[in-house]
Ligand binder design. Structure first.
Ligand SMILES: Nc1ncnc2c1ncn2[C@@H]1O[C@H](COP(=O)(O)OP(=O)(O)O)[C@@H](O)[C@H]1O
Ligand SMILES: CC(C)(COP(=O)(O)O)[C@@H](O)C(=O)NCCC(=O)O
Ligand SMILES: [K+]
Length: 232
């Protein structure tokens, strides 16, 4: 497996091989995650890596520190040939995971699209038929919404599955409220942008936010594919 593709988000580090198989996942909440990643690299099979990182610099430095001896290419909007032109006033400020996801999606759809990434944060990005990034939205992901209520109020609640209905106890009101808020945001953006395709990605699309899958297609490999398209 000589070359790997790394997606370092605020919650997870995902390692893909060149075929797009997810071969390792490390959650930041796991105290030993960096040691486990170190053991993986110490196996010696990895010679090259392409890294997409939006993590805090300490976490990124820890990942880079483990990869001494590996030739690492760090993805950035300033490096590589992109089909997406974007709208950010300061281009380097756009999260590289967002840029890679819309790059991959646009290369496949070649038309107006909306990409929704449900991870630590939820991002929505709109692209026109010419590959121009019209802009987007960033809101706290589902877990962060729960954490902010736990941290900022006296509320306690259970881990019930969220649904779209009105809640009849505190837990239902909170969880369903967040799901409803996220769903409504997605629907209103889709309505306004009128894309020919909506693509959903990010860890929560397979779990707590799986009801969003009715809004479009799902592609868990968008960031990987973007890395592969732009950096080979
Ligand atoms: N402590 C945790 N234990 C289990 N799953 C978690 C934990 N924290 C986050 N997750 C889940 O991990 C997934 C991470 O999503 P992902 O899109 O990879 O996030 P990011 O790109 O922000 O790192 C989400 O489904 C999230 O709910
Ligand atoms: C918005 C994000 C925090 C999402 O990160 P994630 O949920 O994938 O961990 C990340 O794309 C980021 O740090 N972006 C930089 C700011 C911006 O895109 O405007
Ligand atoms: K995200």
């Amino acid at each position: 497996m000589n070359k790997v593709y790394l997606d370092l988000g605020n919650t997870a580090l995902k390692v893909f091989n060149s075929q797009g198989d997810l071969i390792e996942t490390y959650l930041a909440s796991d105290v030993c995650w960096i040691d486990r990643f170190k053991s993986f690299i110490a196996l010696g099979g990895v010679e090259q890596a392409v890294l997409a990182s939006v993590a805090v610099k300490e976490k990124e430095a820890a990942v880079m520190g483990v990869m001494k001896g590996v030739a690492v290419t760090k993805a950035s909007c300033a490096k590589g040939s992109w089909k997406i032109q974007h709208s950010y006033k300061q281009p380097h400020r756009l999260g590289i995971d967002r840029l890679l996801a819309i790059e991959a999606a646009y290369r496949e759809v070649n038309d107006r699209l909306v990409v929704i990434d449900c991870g630590s944060a939820i991002t929505l990005d709109s692209v026109d038929a010419d590959g121009f990034h019209l802009g987007g939205f960033i809101v706290p992901g589902y877990r962060l919404q729960m954490e902010s209520l736990l941290n900022g109020t006296n509320l306690t609640f259970d881990a019930v599955e969220p649904a779209q209905d009105l809640g009849n106890d505190t837990s239902e009101c909170i969880r369903n409220g967040s799901l409803r808020m996220i769903t409504s945001l997605c629907e209103s953006v889709i309505k306004e942008c009128n894309p020919s395709k909506v693509i959903l990605t990010g860890g929560d699309v397979n779990g707590v936010l799986s009801s969003l899958r009715s809004l479009g297609g799902v592609d868990e490999l968008l960031v990987f594919k973007g890395l592969k398209y732009v950096y080979g």
